[in-house]
Design a protein around this ligand. Structure first.
Ligand SMILES: *[C@@H]1O[C@H](CO)[C@@H](O)[C@H](O)[C@H]1NC(C)=O
Length: 674
C-alpha cells in the first residue's frame, strides 16, 4: 500500500490573530494555515517582525510572492493589506499548544514593539483511510483516495454490496436490514474496513463528524458500522446510512485508530453510478454552548462493485438441472456429461422446482469482486415461475449473494426470462476493448412495438458499465430468447472462441447435398412415437414450399442478428460457425422444427447438444455427423442429449433446462476503462 502525502492537495484554512492576546489553533498536517497580520494590528503599527518555534515553517506572502522567515525575528516587514502569513508544520505535536508564532508590531521608527499577537499551535495528523490503491489492505493517507479512476493505474476504493446472507435465519440478504447480527457478517469481509487515524495532542476535546453527503445517490447506497461497547451481545452498530447521514464521535487526541466497517447497500443502477463518498471532519471547540465549526475535512470515494456475468468460455463450477417427473433419461445424460468434466452436478428437486423445469430462465449466475473479497451473486429474473423461491432458499447464503429487479407496472413477458440474457466472451471492437465481454439481450425490432425485456432489468444491466449490453432481435421467436439462435464456445487449448449461430440456410444446404447424394428418402425423427408417424423425409422437407418460405424469413431474422453481432462484437465470418436449424411458423412466430442444436450446454470442450433426430443416412443422423465435422476438428467433444420429450416438446432444449455457475474472470473489472 502506498503512503505519504506527496502530491496531495493541500487544504487551506484562515486563522484570525488579535493584538494583545494569544490565539490557540489546531493545525492539521498537510494543510496551510493562513493568518492575516494586517487586520490584527493596532492602529498605530506600521511594521512587524516575527518569531516562531523551529517546528513551524512561516512564510510571508506579499503580492503572491512567498518568502520564508527565519526563526530569529530580526527582519521587519511593512504592514499592508496584501501581506499575509502562511504556516505549515510537518510533525504532530506531543504537547498541546507547544508551538508558537509571535508577531511584534512597531511604529514607523521604533525599535521596541508597541504590541504583540500570539498564535499557539497544536499540530495533529488525521486521515480517513481506505484501500484506495486496491491491494486488499488499507493504507495510510493515500493522496488519491478522494477520487476514483478506472484502468490498470486507477485508484479509489471498492465496496461490495453486502448481498450474501451470513445469518441463516434471516429471510433476506445481509444488507436488507440495519442490524448486524453477528461478527461473521463483518468478518466475512463483504464489508470494507475504514480507519480514522490520528496523532497528536489536543488543547481541548474535539469532535469528529463522519458524514455521508446527502443526496438520493448516496444515503441508501452505503452503510457504516462500528464496534460499540459490548452490551447485550450486540457488538456492532449501524452508525451511518439510510436516514442517518452523519455521526459524531468524541475525539480526545493522542494516537488513535478508529475502525469502521463500510458495506454497499445497493448496486449501481439507473441514476446511480455506484460512486459514493464519505467525509470525516474535525470540529473545533470554541466555548461551551457555541456550535463547533469544521476545521479540516478528509474525503474518501468508493465505487460499488458491479454485478458481472460469466460467459461460456469460463470454466464451469457447477451445473444445475431440475429433477422432474418426466426427465429421468435427460437427467441421466446430463449427469454422464457432467461427470466427464471437472464440475459438480446440482439437482433442484421437485419440492423446490414445483414442476418448473426452466432453470436457465429463472436465474443468471454472476459475481461481484473487490480487491479484498469476491463471491458469486445470482440475479433473480422477474419471470417468477414455480422456481421463484429457489434462488433465495437454495443459493443465497454465506458468500453467495442475491439481487433482483422487478418491474412495478410493466407486464413481464417471456423475454424477461434469462434464456434471453447472455454474455459474449471478451472482444475488441474497432480498437475498443471489452475485456469482460458484452451482455446480449433479445428485444423486438426498434420501434416495432413488440415484446422487450423489462426496463428495470435493462437499466440495471446497463448501469453495471463493465459489459456494455447489446440488444438483439429475438421477438420473431415464439419463446423469444437469444439462446435459441446463438451461443459461444471456447476453442480448447486457446484463448479463442467461436460464435455458433442457428442457420436455416445451412440446413437446406445440407439437406440438398444429401438429396443429391441419393438420400432423399432418409427419415427424420426415427424411433420416436408420435412424431415419426408422419414419415418426414428430406424430400418432403425440401418440397414443402411454405416451409421454405417461412425459413427464408427466419434466416433474415437470423441474419439481422448476425450482422449486429458482427458489428457490436467485432466478429468476422471466420469467428462464426453456422449450425443447421429449421423453424416452423405458428401464430407468426418461430418454433424449432427439430431440436435446436445451438441451444446447448458448454462445459469447456464438452458440449451437450440437443439431439436433433435428423435424417438417418447410413444409420447415422446426418445433422449430428455434420455438426461433429464442424466442431470436432477444433477439439470439441460433442455429446448429443435427447431432450425431445421433456424439453423440446415444451419449446425448450438443453440450455433452457440447465444452468451453469462459472469461475469469475481472472481479469479485474477495475482494470478496464468502460
Ligand atoms: C409444410 O410445412 C408446414 C410447417 O411449416 C406444415 O404445417 C405443412 O403440413 C407441411 N406441408 C406438407 C405438405 O408436408
Amino acid at each position: 500500500a502506498r503512503t505519504g502525502t506527496a502530491g496531495k492537495m493541500l487544504r487551506e484554512r484562515t486563522v484570525r490573530l488579535q493584538y494583545g492576546s494569544r490565539v490557540e489553533a489546531v493545525y492539521v498536517l498537510g494543510t496551510y494555515l493562513w493568518t492575516d497580520v494586517y487586520s490584527a494590528a493596532p492602529a498605530e503599527a506600521q511594521t512587524f517582525s516575527l518569531k516562531h518555534s523551529e517546528r513551524v515553517r512561516v512564510e510571508v506572502v506579499r503580492d503572491g510572492q512567498a518568502e520564508e522567515v527565519a526563526t530569529n525575528g530580526k527582519q521587519r516587514w511593512l504592514l499592508s493589506p496584501t501581506t499575509t502569513l502562511r504556516l505549515t508544520m510537518n510533525q504532530a505535536s506531543i504537547e498541546a499548544s507547544s508551538d508558537k508564532v509571535t508577531v511584534n508590531y512597531y511604529e514607523q521608527e521604533g525599535n521596541t514593539p508597541i504590541d504583540q499577537a500570539g498564535l499557539f499551535l497544536t499540530a495533529i495528523e488525521i486521515s480517513l483511510d481506505v484501500d484506495a490503491d486496491r491491494d486488499g489492505v488499507v493504507e495510510k493517507n493515500n493522496p488519491r483516495k478522494g477520487s476514483w479512476t478506472w484502468g490498470p493505474d486507477g485508484q479509489g476504493a471498492i465496496l461490495l454490496v453486502n448481498c450474501d446472507r451470513d445469518t441463516p435465519w434471516l429471510p433476506k440478504e445481509d444488507c436488507s436490514d440495519e442490524k448486524v447480527y453477528s461478527k461473521q457478517d463483518l468478518n466475512s469481509e463483504a464489508v470494507h474496513k475504514m480507519f480514522v487515524r490520528s496523532q497528536g495532542a489536543l488543547p481541548h476535546p474535539q469532535a469528529l463528524r463522519i458524514v455521508i453527503p446527502a443526496g438520493p445517490s448516496s444515503e441508501f447506497s452505503i452503510g457504516v458500522m462500528w464496534e460499540s461497547y459490548p452490551f447485550f451481545g450486540q457488538r456492532y452498530i449501524h452508525i451511518l446510512g439510510r436516514r442517518k447521514l452523519y455521526h459524531v464521535v468524541k475525539y480526545t487526541g493522542g494516537s488513535a485508530e478508529l475502525l469502521f466497517f463500510v458495506e454497499g447497500l445497493r448496486f449501481p443502477d439507473e441514476g446511480f453510478s455506484g460512486l459514493v463518498s464519505i467525509h470525516v471532519s474535525l470540529l473545533e471547540y470554541i466555548a461551551e454552548g457555541i456550535p463547533q465549526t469544521p476545521i479540516f475535512t478528509d474525503t474518501v470515494t468508493f465505487r460499488i462493485a458491479p454485478w458481472i456475468m460469466t460467459p461460456n468460455i469460463l470454466p464451469p463450477v457447477s451445473v444445475f438441472v431440475c429433477c422432474m417427473k418426466d426427465n429421468y433419461l435427460f437427467l441421466k445424460e446430463v449427469k454422464n456429461l457432467v461427470e466427464k468434466t471437472n464440475c459438480e452436478l446440482k439437482v433442484c428437486f421437485q419440492y423446490m422446482n414445483r414442476g418448473d423445469r426452466w432453470i436457465q430462465d429463472e436465474i443468471e449466475f454472476g459475481y461481484i469482486e473487490a480487491p479484498h473479497k469476491g463471491f458469486p451473486v445470482v440475479l433473480d429474473s422477474p419471470r417468477d415461475g414455480s422456481l421463484k423461491d429457489f434462488p433465495v432458499k437454495q443459493l443465497l447464503g454465506p458468500d453467495f449473494g442475491y439481487v433482483t429487479r422487478e418491474p412495478l407496472f410493466e407486464p413481464v413477458t417471456s423475454l424477461d426470462s434469462f434464456g434471453n440474457l447472455e454474455v459474449s466472451p471478451p472482444v475488441t471492437v474497432n480498437g475498443k476493448a471489452y475485456p469482460l465481454g458484452r451482455i446480449l439481450i433479445g428485444s423486438s425490432f426498434p420501434l416495432s412495438g413488440g415484446r422487450r425485456m423489462t426496463k428495470v432489468v435493462r437499466d440495471f444491466l446497463q448501469a453495471q458499465q463493465v459489459q456494455a449490453p447489446v440488444e438483439l432481435y429475438s421477438d420473431w421467436l415464439t419463446v423469444g430468447h437469444v439462446d435459441e439462435f446463438m451461443t459461444f464456445v471456447p476453442i480448447p487449448g486457446t484463448k479463442q472462441f467461436r460464435m455458433l449461430m442457428a442457420s436455416t440456410s445451412a440446413c437446406y444446404r445440407l439437406f440438398r447435398e444429401k438429396q443429391k447424394e441419393g438420400h432423399g428418402e432418409a427419415i427424420m425423427f426415427k424411433g420416436l412415437g408420435g412424431m415419426s408417424s408422419k414419415r418426414i423425409t428430406i424430400n418432403k422437407i425440401l418440397s414443402n414450399e411454405s416451409l421454405l418460405q417461412e425459413n427464408q424469413y427466419f434466416q433474415r431474422c437470423l441474419d439481422w442478428n448476425r450482422d449486429v453481432l458482427k458489428k457490436e462484437l467485432g466478429l468476422t465470418e471466420q469467428d462464426i460457425i453456422d449450425l443447421p436449424a429449421l423453424f416452423k411458423m405458428e401464430d407468426r412466430q418461430a418454433r424449432a422444427f427439430f431440436p435446436n442444436m445451438v441451444n446447448m450446454i458448454v462445459l469447456n470442450k464438452d458440449l451437450g447438444i440437443p439431439k436433433p433426430f435428423g435424417p438417418q443416412v447410413e444409420d447415422v443422423c446426418c445433422l449430428e455427423t455434420h455438426v461433429r465435422s464442424l466442431l470436432e476438428p477444433l477439439g470439441f467433444c460433442c455429446t448429443f442429449v435427447d431432450d425431445i420429450s421433456a424439453y423440446h416438446k415444451f419449446l425448450g432444449e438443453v440450455h433452457c433446462g440447465t444452468n451453469v455457475r462459472r469461475m469469475p474472470f481472472t481479469f479485474k473489472w477495475w482494470h478496464m476503462v468502460p
